[in-house]
Design a binder for this molecule. Sequence first.
Ligand code: HEC
Length: 556
Amino acid sequence: MRIRVMLAALLVVLAATADAKPIAGTASLSGAVQAPAAFQAAQVHLMNTDRNVLFMVWTRGGRYQALNLFPGRYEVTVKKAGLATDPQSIVLEPGDAKTLDFALREQAARPVRQGEFGFTSSVSSDVKLVSYDELYPREPGRDVLEKQCMYCHGRNFFPSKQYPEPTWNTFIDVMLGIGADRGAMIPSGTLSAADRQTVLAYLTKHFGTTSERRGLRMDAQFPLDEAALGKAMYVEYYLPLDKQLDAANKQRRTQEPHFDPQGNVWYTDRSVPNRIGRVDPRTGEVKDFMMPDPKADPHGLTVDKDGHVFWAETVGFHLGRLDPATGSMMRYPMDSTGQRKGRGHTPTLDSKQNVWFTVIGGDMLGKWDRQTGKSTVWKVPTAGAAPYGIAVDKDDNVWFAEFRRCRIGKFEPKTEKFTEYAALSQPCTIRRLGVDSAGIVWYGGFNNGKLGRIDPRSGAIKEYDIPMPFSEPYDVWPDRHDDIWISDGGQGGALIRFDQRKETFTYYPTPQTTDQPKLAITREGAIWYTPRSSVKAAVGVLYPDVTTMTTLAAYE
Ligand code: HEC
């Protein structure tokens, strides 16, 4: 018995280390990249213009290799700060293994942009970028702004506004819940009258009508591990813009990736009219389904074992359900008694295929029961918690992030008991969390760049500093080896692997400047994400080791 287990383990290891064959019907491209001076890990962008799909790899020792590419026409270019080259075109047929070399020339370096999270005022490339201290001079109001406002709004929000004093004053009222239908953003009793005056004066002085629109300059460069990056590949499937539907917005906004049993990847699209849709990663084919309410603002989604797609609506307090086979859609009230109202956020499934969901506005946790078809909600213990990300552990306990109150909550369905764990560094915002195979709960400190670890058995909590400045960890999710993957938009967009045994962080900067609100990881270890504040809406994936890929499909 013992030997059999060991043999099986050995076979798994062998299978994982042997190079997989190229995927049937694909092509590959490789080449040398030369430059006037030594460089590390240049990005090679291979844009398949026939299918509207981008492949991105890195150079290692001045060479790159891109495997498992769709056939078709490509525009290929190499990107590296301070260096430039002209794009080249190439056509790849199935089975092709072609080469294409590049020579980089020197070019004045452009400062790296910092990403923006969700608020519409993202930094455009023509905005002047300045250092943190220049943007936020060290005066008394800075501290108040950081503690009371920036932990939610990020670092690029205020410099994108040029408001007169009365406007800032009104918005502070709104944030305090005065005249706001969403309730208070700043918990009552936390902003003193004196601090309010100080922050108002600071905002008016530095982000007033005569101020210039600016963005934050990142002086630090991503740490680049060429050996790791040289094996990795990003793929982004861009969503088509519909001539009519997207005429006004000119943009789409993907939110959450999830896999169905057939290997497709589903997403919610929060641009109006709202859609949910799927990408077939084997072909790049995209199919959209119009939502019953075009302004219900779907946030998270999940897919059950029959392939039915469930999503949570932030407006109207409904859970939606789609049967992709028939295209039929249903909606369930999030509280079947009709007594409570709130703003739904993220759904997930337990082992019995019940749908659990967070309610960010209204501070609730909910369950749609598969047997009865009815939903129940429970108030979470802390008012103003704003329950956000959600995960179910092996024992069907439900874990959720208390976004505004810097805590992690646990709900035991059998006893209906809540337990809360306060993060070590207070105050903070926590967007999402994940549970690894050992039952350890991981969370990201969105405003303070911490990675947190809770051991539910002992209650011990540990926090790690994510090594880059201005880190904004959004989702944290384990892969099947229990490496923890972090999506970080604060630094302009990176997926980060945290090896919990070695306590090391490896950076994989994203092809576009963006945040990535949710991750989903396949059984082969491919990391799917949705770039949200990016210029081009997409469903994207990172293959950390392209040589072990056996499929483009995404299976849980
Ligand atoms: C808990 C998170 C949170 C905190 C803390 C917070 N905000 Fe907000 N703020 C929001 C959200 C969410 C919105 C969007 C409001 C909506 O859509 O109802 C918003 C909207 C705003 C807007 C209007 C956006 C626009 O389009 O111009 C301004 C201005 C603003 N906040 C300023 C502030 C200031 C100043 C502070 C601190 C004194 C602050 N906020 C604190 C979450 C927060």
